[in-house]
Design a protein around this ligand. Structure first.
Ligand code: GGG
Length: 341
């Protein structure tokens, strides 16, 4: 009998627990279809930090790293922790120390609200301006932006491989005209891979011009690769083309698999403390992230069924408040699940 896939559940803060709760019946459904999986829930988030002073203890990190295959994450961020320390030490640490270099943020066409958009953002997930190195002095603040060739190469290789397999264009967002060192490195690796992949229609584009072009007409774009900061901004903009942050999924993975736990799926949205606890959050981003996790695990029928169920539910008019509807988080989850084939 195959060893079960061990999935760690981390609801985190705010609406994280509410949307993650809607993913649990999907895991149960996959199990009932014969997928061997087991789950363990971890308490890390603002409540746990405020009660105990612990963010993510080293023992928990090593347990996640060595004894789990995947993490399904809700969201972090809480106004009671204004410096965001717990968010850094939980989510950003997991991404960094599990070496989850590739953050894949697709905007699937069935979610498009106006024009048909089919963009996939490949965001470097572990370094750049989010490397958490810097200093604040009187009148002077520094945030370092660190780019290493192995991480840049891993991210771009994943993007080129995907572009080649789909036959779709790839754009690198950069500001190498100003950020000569960091983005100069990105350009060098990009040009090398472009030469190695003549079959991919690949180009670099200054990020400011790219944002302008995206807002004017997102339809010609296929895949977009970017560093951590630009990828964060660009993927949120792209989420707006498909219905907003509530519907946008993401999955982060380590293509080089340095540890047993090499994947973390989470919705793009944060903890949304303004609507937390009211049943107003949209579970679609979480459920589509769960579908991405199923696909990563090789469970394609379950991934496709979940995506189809979301697409059908939306097409039938099932909508939470952010999409102009009236359904609660739980009612939206049910409307999707009742369409499972
Ligand atoms: N589910 C995504 C989430 O919780 N985001 C909150 C956050 O702190 N994000 C930082 C980032 O995405 O870089």
């Amino acid at each position: 009998m195959a060893q079960p896939i061990r999935i760690a559940l981390i609801p985190g803060d705010g609406v994280g627990g509410e949307v993650l709760a809607e993913a649990l019946p999907c895991l149960e459904w996959a199990r009932n279809r014969g997928r061997a999986l087991e789950t363990v829930t971890f308490p890390y988030g603002a409540d746990h930090y405020l009660a105990t002073g612990e963010t993510l203890p080293d023992s928990a990190f090593t347990d996640l790293r060595d004894h789990f295959d995947a993490i399904l994450f809700g969201a972090v961020g809480d106004p009671r922790v204004p410096d965001g320390r717990h968010a850094e030490e939980i989510l950003l640490r997991l991404r960094r120390d599990l070496e989850l270099t590739v953050n894949f943020r697709p905007c699937p066409p069935f979610l498009s609200v106006a024009r048909t958009v089919d963009i996939e953002v490949f965001r470097e997930n572990t370094e750049g301006s989010y490397c958490l190195q810097g200093s604040t002095e009187v009148g002077r603040a520094v945030d370092l932006s660190v780019h290493t060739e192995p991480a840049v190469r891993r991210l771009l290789q994943a993007a080129f491989a995907r572009a080649a397999s789909l036959g779709r264009p790839l754009t690198l967002a950069h500001k190498a005209n100003v950020l000569k060192h960091g983005h100069g490195l990105w350009m060098r690796v990009f040009e090398e891979l472009r030469a190695a992949h003549p079959e991919v229609n690949a180009r670099g584009m200054h990020a400011d011009a790219l944002l302008c072009a995206l807002v004017q007409d997102p339809t010609p774009f296929g895949l977009i690769a970017a560093d951590n900061y630009l990828g964060d901004l660009i993927s949120d903009l792209c989420a707006a083309f498909i219905g907003g942050m509530g519907v946008a999924p993401s999955i982060s993975f380590a293509p080089h698999r340095p540890h047993r736990c090499a994947v973390l799926a989470e919705p793009v949205h944060g903890s949304a403390p303004d609507i937390a606890g009211q049943g107003l959050a949209n579970p679609v981003g979480m459920l589509l992230s769960t579908a991405l996790l199923f696909r990563y695990l090789g469970w394609e029928p379950e991934a496709a069924a979940l995506e189809t169920a979301v697409s059908d539910a939306l097409a039938a008019g099932a909508k939470t408040r952010d999409l102009g509807g009236t359904l609660s988080t739980a009612a939206m989850g049910r409307a999707i699940r009742e369409r499972f084939s």
